[in-house]
Design a binder for this molecule. Structure first.
Ligand SMILES: [Mn+2]
Length: 337
């Protein structure tokens, strides 16, 4: 049981004792006290996290400082994937969004704290700059404790593969997304469908035929796929030309693990939507991890939900009204008489 758990336990007991008055309250205690099954499950999860060790973990595109950043999920992921090397492959901090005022959440600080803690524990951390944190590029080739800041790095795997670690925006000139694709990414399909309805209403007024937005989208999604392909090929080709066996990059928020013309291509994906990472085991095998599909993530989510439910019972939230105790009601009636 760690310190936080103990604090939680104490506050539970304290709150519980303060409010035991009626039979209904006694009933409620069953929810408030974390049951042994929950405790056991948490213990099991902790043990697996201690056993699972990776040689290296690669993450990118966290975009700390933006609303869509999945910092809590990343925090969990880092906790359950201890490694000797941690590579942060660019766009960890989002300097672009911070220009228009800083958006910061406690979860972001927890990620930063964890990274410094890992550095203190002896994890070799490499921070590779990206285009959203390009303000750090002028400070490249500096070190703080076990954290080194670089624009690109070379990683030698356990089975002696030479990998280029780079954010990847450097290859964007080869394949550039159209403005429309960025628009879709920002505002989503729903908005486009809404615009489609409005647009066709207008066209109907002027006696013009229906114009299919989905057909239009389809061709543009094909274009998006082509862009991703072009990007992946450009990166793989670039790495090969520099004499590498493979490359690990980020930037396009499209996690991937495949071989392109004999070059190992890995993309770490992102922590804005997909919550993905690349990990290396002690034999030098690399694989793609989708944290949201991990059974441990799902188990943790369930525990969190149950705890939230217990707390809402304590807080007498109007969303979950407590049953009115029968004894108290009768007492009231007697009092009125
Ligand atoms: Mn980027």
């Amino acid at each position: 049981m760690n310190k936080n758990d103990r604090v939680d336990q104490q506050s539970y007991t304290h709150l519980a004792q303060a409010s035991v008055n009626t039979t209904a309250d006694t009933e409620r205690l069953k929810y408030i006290q974390p049951n042994s099954e929950q405790k056991q499950q948490k213990h099991r999860l902790k043990n697996t996290h201690l056993k699972a060790q990776w040689r290296s973990v690669f993450i990118s595109d966290v975009h700390l400082g933006t609303k869509d950043c999945k910092a809590s999920a990343l925090n969990q992921f880092l906790k359950y994937h201890p490694a000797q090397n941690l590579y942060m492959v660019g766009d960890i901090l989002d300097g672009w969004k911070m220009r228009g005022g800083v958006y910061w959440k406690p979860a972001f600080s927890r990620v930063v704290k964890r990274i410094f803690k890992l550095s203190k524990m002896g994890v070799k951390i490499t921070y590779i700059t990206g285009n959203h944190d390009e303000f750090l590029r002028k400070y490249a080739n500096n070190r703080f404790e076990n954290i080194s800041l670089v624009n690109k790095a070379t990683h030698i795997t356990a089975n002696n593969q030479r990998l280029l670690i780079i954010h990847g925006d450097q290859f964007e000139g080869v394949a550039r997304a159209s403005g429309l694709l960025r628009f879709i990414g920002d505002h989503g399909y729903e908005l486009l469908m809404f615009l489609n309805r409005q647009f066709n209403r207008l066209r109907a007024q002027f006696d013009l035929g229906y114009w299919s937005f989905s057909g239009f989208l389809k061709t543009h999604l094909q274009r998006a796929q082509r862009y991703i392909n072009d990007y992946e090929q450009a990166v793989a080709y670039g790495a090969q030309k520099q004499g590498y066996d493979g490359v690990i990059c980020g930037h396009i928020h499209q996690a991937c693990s495949r071989t392109i013309d004999g070059v190992a291509y890995y993309n770490t994906g992102d922590w804005v939507e997909s919550c993905t990472a690349i990990v290396e085991d002690f034999d030098g095998n690399l694989s793609l991890i989708k944290w949201l599909d991990d059974p441990r993530y799902k188990a943790l989510k369930k525990i969190k939900k149950q705890r939230k439910k217990s707390l809402s019972l304590i807080n007498h939230s109007p969303k979950h009204p407590l049953p009115v105790p029968v004894a108290a009601e009768q007492g009231d009636e007697q009092g009125n008489n």
